[in-house]
Design a protein around this ligand. Sequence first.
Ligand SMILES: Cc1cc2nc3c(=O)[nH]c(=O)nc-3n(C[C@H](O)[C@H](O)[C@H](O)COP(=O)(O)OP(=O)(O)OC[C@H]3O[C@@H](n4cnc5c(N)ncnc54)[C@H](O)[C@@H]3O)c2cc1C
Length: 490
Amino acid sequence: MQGQTPDSSFIDAVIVGNGPSALILSFILHGNIPCYNVDSPHPDPILHAKLKDATELLQLDVGRLTSHFEASRFPYSTQSLPINSLVDSLVRPFGETDDRDSSTCITWRHDPQRAVRHLALGETAQPGGQWTECPPGTTWDIQSLSYAGMLSLPGYSYYDHHYATHGSPLPAYTRPSRRGMAEYLAAYPRAVGIEDSTRNGQAVSGVSRTQDGFYIASHNIRCKHLILASGIFTEVKPARPLLQPLLSIPSQPSVPAKDKAPLLVIGSGFSAADIIISAARDQKIIHIFKWEPETSPSPLRSCHQQAYPEYAGVYKLMKRSTLPKFTTSRANRRSQAALSPFLKSREWDDIYEPLPNTLVVDVALNGAEGVVTFQRSDGSTFKRHVSGLSYAVGRKGSLAYLDKHLQREILGPQFDHSQDASIAKDTLVASAMADLEVAKDVFIIGSLTSDSLIRYAYGGCVYAAGKIIERCSRDQHCTDGGASPRPTLT
Ligand SMILES: Cc1cc2nc3c(=O)[nH]c(=O)nc-3n(C[C@H](O)[C@H](O)[C@H](O)COP(=O)(O)OP(=O)(O)OC[C@H]3O[C@@H](n4cnc5c(N)ncnc54)[C@H](O)[C@@H]3O)c2cc1C
């Protein structure tokens, strides 16, 4: 067992995960209390009126505060959970149109008396969750979807970090690279003083409910509250057995990309797009993707041409392949002129072969290449040589670190013990809508709640922290204002 304590210790809360949501929650549990700043009022006068006399935000009456959202002229998010939409709009009242936090309506008041003894245990080598990895086939330079302000955690923003490390301000509306984001998140715990509670390289397993809380067998820790921040992007969905041989084709770094057989990319979302964007300019690509715009549109569809030229560009290539071909040279010239720099950067007609709704029906290996038989939706088949496979149909999370009883408490009585406790984007959305406390003293935060963007993680963290801090203040296990020994792992 890794990270075991010599004696079983009892602490107020254990957070499973060390990604952005775990870091935000840990920041609050250190006694950083979010408060409504009446001197920087929300531009929605109705919301301001509801908040101005009760400024502490840990105990939010979400129903009352959001009851007018639907009819409001302010663009409150309707896609996210109400608590996430509410807190996001207080942190960033102007949303993406104001990337810096100068207009925020929240101040963080430090009150060490209300700190809660907790640990955030995450399996990655440094804090940052899924940002600590560079998915195969992509590069560390790939830009995030969100602007820096939307990725910033409380108390030390991405802008603060850039200034601290570069000595110059970062321009507003910057989309940080994956590397930049990983470095920011790695630096965050020390910058805001929460590194005493953040433990990396710690895979949690064997979590069970006890009479007075939970037991974490992997670390021999007992705790009163359990917060699941383990995310929905931990495991790559595996390719089906037929495709597996393509994954074992050795890469040939010495062969120039232009001389290689096409790379087969399967997937219709951001991960597949990242692989296409990261590929060498003259690497030929065969792209299989699901095209069902009415029932199951690609998430790339929502990417605006100006904000996300690469993702919008890949979407355009995919869409173009499903339309009748342009016939007049005038239409062709017009469409060429409208191309983004990304689309102009490669000879797409020569290197990109889109195959919407196409199936792989046979695979054979021929030396350092694969020979793949494809089947179109009309039943016709054809073959292509490929130099490898990038399978990017998505990722999933897992609650396998909980014992079967806890899994069932969270996933419901219909959960069959033979199932593998996988968590997709929508698995816990109904539970999250009802209550982020998905079982007694068990909370979900971050992407597990189905709101996967960092900006929406604040709401769940404020909610969970509010409940835990309130209960701890009346509980015998409550911290004594920092005088209790900090939880240790040896
Ligand atoms: C390719 C990609 C691009 C993205 N781009 C953006 C973007 O631009 N903007 C944005 O806001 N969001 C983006 N996201 C969404 C992403 O969900 C959030 O940015 C954020 O990482 C969510 O944080 P989290 O803390 O919920 O989970 P995660 O960051 O996923 O962290 C959870 C961590 O818990 C760990 N864990 C799981 N099980 C255990 C266990 N048993 N023991 C210990 N540790 C465990 C996991 O390994 C993981 O490291 C992107 C996601 C992906 C996949």
